[in-house]
Design a protein around this ligand. Structure first.
Ligand code: ZN
Length: 469
């Protein structure tokens, strides 16, 4: 049997848009901010997890990034580059080591530039987020990504089309997100091949929901022996050839102290009992794209109602907020959607004096953001002759800020005034300010009018989904 454990490493864009620096976050004390705190509690311990046997004289220290399947959201990766370069390097070397063991199929998979619910974004923004995510992955890991993590595993056919069109061959979903075409039970031990309307195909891996739940909430990490037994025991009960689960990386060490030690112990135990720990990409290369299946459009791993958690008061909540309901999610989603739409119109109307093609320029901007190309090269290629390069750059920054504003955590928690919600709104207001400087057109009144109901106390009836485009 083979075992695959996927860890999703993510933090929101905590930077102040004006300065690019993360302001002090008092709740993260004694650390400066939550990025620093969770790095210390989780991302760094995962790079050097200790495996100790009671009574043994020696202990092994293992870089779990070389055993795990994992993704690193660019908003976190770029922060690690600056403030914890040793951790970023351990992630890259972990991927290199799994590439070496599995014929180039490493454990790292890509992540869109921003942790946005891709089925709820505009087609243009979704495309840019995927392209920027792939470019950032190439920069970080020095190879093309084979898989891409979808934030909140939020999925629909249009999103899968975008991934497939960009050469992504698989993603990962929860069990309730797939169906087989002939009504047979949904396999959790092999990939499913999804045939798309374009004629392209993409595979999805379905992780074991019970195992993921046991690790995140059932105390399995407290006892590496028990975790190993659960993983391997499942196979003996007929779970088949691949046993996998996916969870937030923060589960290991942040939510569960020393969780990385329990995980490391369990994976070594799994290997010692003759099983293999593999990346999804290596398994896909070995078994092929899988049997034909279908995804359930508009579903995610963290909202039982589909995608409602990111646009309405569906009842999903974290449970530690003070707002009695989450009706504020609808006006916030509508305000963002309206801003995105107006941004696109104003870009088409105004950016042409600076840029040859604003949308192509935007897709290429990621190379400047990651340092893969120089600003001068980008200007040469994208700025219209006679156009001002400062203005061209200001257009890119305005767009980047509006992409940041679409981070899903703005809607995820309970309170309209919650920390993550304020982070998202800070990016949106910054984008609007930059657009005003560029065009003289101020979207602030429209924005403020649309978000005002967030604090009205009235329940806003949920807008029905308008689809993904
Ligand atoms: Zn929900």
């Amino acid at each position: 049997m083979a075992v695959c454990v996927h860890a999703h490493c993510y933090q929101p864009p905590r930077e102040d848009p004006a300065t690019g620096e993360v302001p002090a976050e008092e709740t993260a004390a004694p650390f400066h901010d939550w990025n620093a705190r969770i790095t210390e509690e989780c991302y760094r311990p995962l790079a050097a997890a200790r495996i100790t046997d009671d009574g043994a004289a020696s202990e092994e220290v293992v870089n779990l990034y070389g055993l795990l399947d994992f993704n690193v959201a660019p908003t976190l990766g770029l922060w690690l580059d600056r403030f914890a370069p040793d951790v970023a390097a351990a992630m890259a070397s972990g991927d290199r080591s799994s590439c070496e063991r599995f014929g180039g199929h490493g454990g790292a998979i890509s992540h869109p530039w921003v942790h946005a619910i891709l089925p709820l974004t505009s087609v243009r923004d979704r495309t840019t987020l995927v392209r920027w995510g792939i470019a950032e992955f190439e920069h970080r890991f020095g190879r093309r990504p084979e898989g891409m993590w979808l934030p909140e595993t939020a999925i629909d056919a249009a999103t899968l089309e975008t991934l497939a069109a960009h050469g992504i061959s698989f993603t990962i979903v929860a069990p309730h997100q797939v169906a087989t075409t002939d009504g047979s039970p949904r396999p959790v031990d092999e990939p499913l091949s999804i045939r798309l309307a374009s004629g392209r195909s993409i595979s999805v891996f379905v992780y074991d929901g019970a195992l993921a739940h046991g690790v995140a909430f059932g105390g399995l990490l407290a006892d590496g022996e028990r975790l190993a037994a659960e993983i391997v025991g499942g196979a003996e009960e007929g779970h088949g050839r691949l046993r996998s689960f996916a969870t937030d990386a923060e589960t290991f060490g942040h939510h569960h102290v020393f969780g990385e030690m329990g995980l490391a112990w369990a994976l070594r135990r799994v290997e010692a009992t003759g099983h293999e720990v593999v990346p999804y990409a290596a398994w896909l290369a070995r078994v092929g794209p899988g049997t034909r299946g279908a995804v359930v459009d508009g579903t995610s791993w963290s909202c039982a109602h589909g995608l409602e958690r990111w646009r309405s008061d569906c009842g999903c909540r974290a449970g530690f907020g003070s707002d009695p309901d989450q009706h504020w999610r609808t006006p916030l989603r509508e305000a963002i959607d309206w801003t995105v739409e107006r941004f696109a119109e104003l870009t088409d109307e105004h950016a042409g004096t600076s840029l040859v093609d604003a949308w192509m320029a935007r897709d290429a901007w990621v190379d400047v953001l990651t340092g893969r190309r120089s600003m001068a090269d980008w200007v040469d290629e994208q700025v219209r002759s006679g156009g001002e390069s400062d203005r061209a750059v200001a257009w890119m920054e305005a767009h980047r800020h509006l992409l940041m504003a679409q981070s899903s955590c703005a809607w995820f928690f309970d309170d309209a005034d919650g920390h993550e919600t304020r982070i998202g709104m800070r990016w949106a207001r910054s984008a609007i300010d930059r657009l005003r400087d560029l065009t003289g057109i101020d979207l602030s009144p429209g924005w403020e009018e649309r978000i005002a109901p967030m604090w009205s106390g009235e329940t806003v009836s949920p807008r029905r989904p308008s689809g993904s485009s």
